[in-house]
Structures are given as structure tokens and as C-alpha cells.
Design a protein around this ligand. Structure first.
Ligand SMILES: Cc1cc2nc3c(=O)[nH]c(=O)nc-3n(C[C@H](O)[C@H](O)[C@H](O)COP(=O)(O)OP(=O)(O)OC[C@H]3O[C@@H](n4cnc5c(N)ncnc54)[C@H](O)[C@@H]3O)c2cc1C
Length: 397
């Protein structure tokens, strides 16, 4: 049973909640959760299997996300909702309970593209792009990864050369979310003065983006290879305040934070699907839920979901207090995505053969979470960050 629009704010109908997690949330936070959950129930759930099968990203629901204040929701001014980090996380969990691809869109738009412009952009860049992006009228993408520079973005080859007042960009970016439907791309490139960021209208001559297909994960979302061939930009396209990898990494940290919550949304939805199925499905004359082996699976899943949400909330409260440290984001991202995949796969076993169809969510979530464990720092990268934190010894090279 999932909470619906008719559920009163504060009323706990969370099947996985064993610890009264909701008592830790404010009325505003619970109300936002209900709003986003209702949107997911109405706009995403009825359609997601079809979108996933057809590899369709539903551009048509983007304006509604804008109206709900979900785009750049943690940013202030320029039409953004100015929500807290915890509220952003709660929304991410609800969206990812629908599908990781939709939460990923909100993350690319808000945490990556809009954050880059808001943190590092000029006043002119902010006023030109952010209001339309917050409304969902303009779509943004974030180009950091390249075919030969993934975990180590410092190896990027895309180069921006100065030509008089202009900049001329050449290079290839890979895995860039929504690039073929985006209006604007934040592109990170080497320059004679180190790595810098550029705000590139995708209609610029020499810019092309082609979707990477076919994929077994994140099918209701688009990732592209971008080719930049002599893309000429005016001086005002440079993000004036971003110097070096600190620029993109500050945005990645925003997105990584959102994943900590989002992954638990996918886990919770997988658990709920398995719980409901196990109560209905009879084998050996009894519901599957009545067998000890099934109960152990459900209990183990619920424990990790409760712990994962507690961790997300703790890190969110730290973020809202301005006290969240980068290695703490790695704790959340590594743990919650790893546990979410395990939960989605375990939930699938309870569904038996039916679990491999698109009628049920767990295997779709598990497939999506393979991407989530890879982007925004792989499991290995976050392990190395935490290893360095514990030992003081960097082991990246
Ligand atoms: C669905 C999806 C969406 C994405 N969206 C975007 C986007 O919008 N913008 C963007 O810029 N990028 C995006 N990415 C790219 C993503 O950030 C990269 O895939 C990620 O950084 C890993 O890089 P890679 O795929 O090149 O793998 P590699 O870096 O080649 O890694 C391959 C394997 O080697 C491991 N490895 C690497 N270095 C080490 C080491 N030192 N020690 C041990 N193991 C190591 C990795 O952990 C991994 O297991 C997206 C990716 C996906 C799948």
C-alpha cells in the first residue's frame, strides 16, 4: 500500500517504516512528500513501464515538474523554490520511487546545470538561463565526462582556445544527460589557464549530440555523446568564477547528495512491490509472506531502508546547517546505492518469474541503479575517498 493524495499529512502509511521516521520530519517536509508522491503516482507510475520499454524520456511532464518547484529547488532567486537540502532529498526519494531516470533529470537540471550557473555564473548568465530552467521551459545539461576521461576528469581533452575575445571549443563529451533535447550545455574544458566552464547554447554551430543506444539501464532517460567542432563562443560564455576542477566538483557534490535520498526511494518502492506480492501470492497453500525465509528477506530489506533514510536525513540536516563534509557525501552515496541495488535484487526474487517483467518495478530499479552506482563517482571512487579519509593515504593512482 502506498500513501496517496488522500492521506493526511503526518499520517504514517509507510510499510517499511519500523522506527517512526516521519516523527523526524516537519509538517512542511511531510506535505512536500505528499505533493511529490501524488505527482509520481499520477504522472509517472501509470506510464513508466511503457516509457522504459520504448526508451522514451517524457519531456511532456517537465513543465509540471517546474510548476511543482522541483527544478533547481534548492537554489534561491531567479524563480527557484529555495527549498532546504532535506526537502530536496525528500523530493528526490519520491521521484526515484517512480524511476531513477526521472530523478536523474531533476538532478542534471537542478544540481548540475543550474547549480553551475548559479554558483559560478555571471549575473547575465543567471538571468538569461535560470528562470526558464526553473519553469521547465529550458533544459540544461552538464558535460564533464569524456570517452577517455571518466573517473579521472582531470584527463579531459576538450580544449577551449582563445581567439581574440572569443573562445573556440573542440572535443567530445560522453554520457551527457539530456544533451540532445537541451537548450543549454555547461561544458568543462581545458584552457591555457586550466579547466574552465562554458555556458554553451546547444544551437551553436559545431555542437551536436547523439543519444547512446541501446541501453539496459536508465531507459526512460537520455544520455548522449556530444561533439564540439570549432564551437565559437563570445567571451561572456565563460563561467567567470569557476577555476579548475573545484567548479564541476562543487556541482557533483550537490547531485551526489540527492542520490543518497533517491536510491532509498527506489529501494522503498522495490520493497513495497515485494511485500504486496508476497501477501497475495500463494504457494504450498500459504501466502509467501507467511514463510520465515520470505520474512527474513523483507526484514533485512526494511532494516536497510530505515538505516538508509536515517543516514540521508542526518546528512541533509548537516547540509542545511552548512556542516556537511565531502567525505560524508561519499558515505551516503556509496552505502545507500549499494544497499538499494541489493534490496531491488532481493525484492525481485520474491516476485519469482513475474519479477522479470516490466509489470513490477524491482528489476527496473535494479537495472537503473547500475547507472546510479556508476555516475557521480563509482563505488570504487567513493571507497578511495573514504580510504583516504581513514588512512590519510591517497590511493587513486
Ligand atoms: C546513466 C549515466 C548518466 C550520466 N550522466 C552524466 C552527465 O550528465 N554528465 C557527465 O559529465 N557524465 C555523466 N555520466 C558519466 C559518469 O559520471 C561516468 O560514467 C563515471 O564517472 C565513470 O566513468 P567511466 O564510465 O568512464 O568509467 P571509468 O572511469 O573508465 O571506470 C571503469 C571502472 O574502473 C574503476 N576505476 C577507475 N579508476 C579507478 C581506480 N583509481 N582504482 C580502482 N578502480 C578504478 C571504476 O570505479 C569503474 O569500476 C553518466 C553516466 C551514466 C552511466
Amino acid at each position: 500500500m502506498s500513501q496517496t493524495a488522500s492521506t493526511a499529512v503526518g499520517e504514517t502509511l509507510e510499510p517499511a517504516d519500523l522506527i517512526d521516521f516521519d516523527s523526524l520530519l516537519s509538517r512542511e517536509e511531510l506535505a512536500l512528500r505528499t505533493t511529490v508522491r501524488t505527482f509520481v503516482d499520477e504522472a509517472i507510475r501509470p506510464n513508466i513501464a511503457g516509457w522504459f520499454e520504448a526508451a522514451h524520456f517524457p519531456l511532456e511532464i517537465v513543465p509540471e515538474m517546474g510548476r511543482l518547484g522541483l527544478l533547481g529547488m534548492h537554489l534561491h532567486g531567479y524563480g527557484c523554490a529555495g527549498r532546504t537540502a532535506v526537502e530536496y532529498g525528500i523530493a528526490g526519494a519520491e521521484l526515484e520511487a517512480g524511476d531513477s531516470g526521472l530523478r536523474t533529470f531533476v538532478s542534471v537540471q537542478g544540481s548540475l546545470a543550474m547549480s553551475a550557473i548559479a554558483k559560478w555564473g555571471s549575473e547575465e548568465q543567471k538571468s538569461r538561463w535560470l528562470p526558464g530552467m526553473a519553469k521547465g521551459e529550458l533544459i540544461g545539461c552538464f558535460g564533464l565526462t569524456e570517452p577517455t576521461a571518466g573517473s579521472d576528469p582531470s584527463a579531459m581533452k576538450t580544449f577551449a582556445r582563445r581567439d581574440g575575445e572569443d573562445w573556440v571549443l573542440n572535443g567530445t563529451k560522453r554520457w551527457i544527460g539530456l544533451a540532445n533535447v537541451a537548450d543549454v550545455a555547461v561544458i568543462w574544458a581545458q584552457t591555457d589557464g586550466g579547466i574552465r566552464g562554458f555556458v554553451v547554447p546547444t544551437g551553436s554551430s559545431g555542437f551536436s549530440a547523439v543519444p547512446i543506444e541501446p541501453k539496459l539501464s536508465m531507459r526512460a532517460s537520455i544520455q548522449c555523446e556530444i561533439e564540439l567542432t570549432d564551437v565559437r563562443l563570445p567571451a561572456g560564455a565563460l563561467l567567470p568564477d569557476a577555476h579548475g576542477l573545484r567548479g564541476p566538483f562543487s556541482c557533483l557534490n550537490e547531485a551526489r547528495y540527492g542520490i543518497i535520498w533517491g536510491a532509498m526511494g527506489a529501494a522503498r518502492d522495490s520493497f513495497e512491490a515485494a511485500l504486496a506480492y508476497s501477501k497475495d501470492r500463494l504457494q504450498f497453500d500459504k501466502p509467501l509472506a507467511g514463510y520465515q525465509l520470505t520474512q527474513q528477506k523483507l526484514v533485512d530489506m526494511a532494516l536497510e531502508i530505515n538505516k538508509g533514510f536515517l543516514l540521508a536525513l542526518h546528512l541533509g540536516r548537516l547540509k542545511d546547517a552548512g556542516a556537511l563534509q565531502n567525505h560524508q557525501i561519499s558515505v551516503g552515496k556509496l552505502n545507500n546505492v549499494r544497499e538499494a541495488i541489493a534490496i531491488a535484487r532481493e525484492a525481485r526474487t520474491i516476485l519469482g518469474g513475474n519479477g522479470i517483467t516490466l509489470e513490477y518495478s524491482p528489476l527496473r530499479h535494479a537495472n537503473n541503479l547500475e547507472s546510479v552506482r556508476t555516475y557521480e563517482g563509482t563505488d570504487e571512487v567513493h571507497t578511495l575517498i573514504l580510504g583516504q579519509r581513514l588512512t590519510g593515504l591517497p590511493a587513486f593512482r
